[in-house]
Design a protein around this ligand. Sequence first.
Ligand SMILES: *[C@@H]1O[C@H](CO)[C@@H](O)[C@H](O)[C@H]1NC(C)=O
Ligand SMILES: *[C@@H]1O[C@H](CO)[C@@H](O)[C@H](O)[C@H]1NC(C)=O
Ligand SMILES: *[C@@H]1O[C@H](CO)[C@@H](O)[C@H](O)[C@H]1NC(C)=O
Ligand SMILES: *[C@@H]1O[C@H](CO)[C@@H](O)[C@H](O)[C@H]1NC(C)=O
Ligand SMILES: *[C@@H]1O[C@H](CO)[C@@H](O)[C@H](O)[C@H]1NC(C)=O
Length: 418
Amino acid sequence: MVFGLSSLRSAPCLPTALLAIIAALGCAPMAARAADLESVLAGQTNMTTFRELVKDHPDIFTKLPSGITIAAPNDNAFDKLGNFDEWRDNKTHVEAVLKYHVMPKVVSMPSIIKGDSIWAPTLLTDPAFSPIKGGQRLILTKQPGGEVVFTSGFANRGTVLVEDIEWDKGLVQVIDSVMRIPENLESTARNAYHDMTAFLGALYAADLYDELILPAKDITIFAPTNAAFQKLASTFSTLPKAQLRSILRYHIIPGEVSQIWEFKNASSLATAEKNQSIHILRHTNFIFANSAQMLQTDILIANGAVHLIDNVLNPKSNITRPDVEATSQKPVFTVAGTQTGTGTAVPTPFTEHLPCTVSCPVTEVASRTETTGGPTRTVQQGGVGPTSTNGGVGGARCTGMVGVGMGAVMGVGAWIGL
Ligand SMILES: *[C@@H]1O[C@H](CO)[C@@H](O)[C@H](O)[C@H]1NC(C)=O
Ligand SMILES: *[C@@H]1O[C@H](CO)[C@@H](O)[C@H](O)[C@H]1NC(C)=O
Ligand SMILES: *[C@@H]1O[C@H](CO)[C@@H](O)[C@H](O)[C@H]1NC(C)=O
Ligand SMILES: *[C@@H]1O[C@H](CO)[C@@H](O)[C@H](O)[C@H]1NC(C)=O
Ligand SMILES: *[C@@H]1O[C@H](CO)[C@@H](O)[C@H](O)[C@H]1NC(C)=O
């Protein structure tokens, strides 16, 4: 699918015939004010670090063709990294990060329409960092107040402080954060979007993570929130693995990276589950995949995009449509027994299948003291309790999963209809 700058609806300057008049109004042709990158950066305050990086990496910055936009983090942005000296020592990493700040297009901030989000491919096309067609992307969103925010991996965002500084190859946009290269689904779920750890755990339980997600090039994923899985905990605890695989494959659109505005009303998306597609429905500001509502969209991962939805999709219920007047949609599975509660005090299904990491000591059991609402009590979290016995889907890989899967904490990003 094409992701690009197609929603840029106007160019910064008008055709030649009008230039004479316009020049007087301050929209001169670019060449008139062009200068090389170093002198343009030198003209800005607090750009010392980026200027040094430009000087240290001539291989990236001296051979650029015309028609380039550079997102240039200011000094404070690099200070925020905390470990700059260490960061700078890793040449491979620094080069990749710098390429991620260079867009091979002239992207003018005033030309972005309020409320619009555009995806801008960057020069980061190295397959090690960019298992995706056309290079790793940044998302540019114009806020209601008019400022432009750049979004990168891990929901890392930077606001444009100085817009459209002209140089001889294009434009520089000064931003207040260093953009973070999108990482794989697992890393993104563990570190930034804790609300998809049940989905990640389920992919592991079904042996689909290594098979289908990790090696994919270009993928769109509809990830149900932890609450969506909690509501169905009893149903999923006895589900045969083959059925779980089928359900999860139904959440994956292979071969395409689709950002939210590309989903047309009443369109169908072919999923990784053979012969099964998902129906898209738009209603006012809401977007539904079958009857599941998009909660958060356009989350960047290394090989694609993730959209968070409020219910687990069911391939056996592939013609379900939402009740657009309702505030929430019903699960499309039969709930076995009483519906389990949601929230941080309730175990998160499937998180016990997540492989252990250093932050996941095998013997430790997560606990947290809850201080709100009545007497203080200690609750257990994450993969403990009755729902962790996923009889049908293989043994636990990590019985003491700590630190993930209990978040109602959502990262920032594009919110739909909330
Ligand atoms: C430059 O950075 C200093 C120190 O962080 C800050 O006090 C000053 O306001 C900054 N200047 C501009 C123009 O951003
Ligand atoms: C340097 O960065 C690369 C890419 O991010 C990473 O794979 C590698 O582990 C880093 N090397 C060190 C020594 O930290
Ligand atoms: C299902 O998909 C396969 C290819 O994956 C195709 O050959 C077959 O015709 C499809 N069946 C139906 C009923 O659409
Ligand atoms: C829904 O599922 C049925 C039965 O598997 C299949 O024949 C049909 O093509 C599916 N419809 C869609 C829209 O995927
Ligand atoms: C989307 O399509 C459905 C059914 O085709 C239609 O009822 C609805 O009005 C459409 N929504 C929008 C926003 O156009």
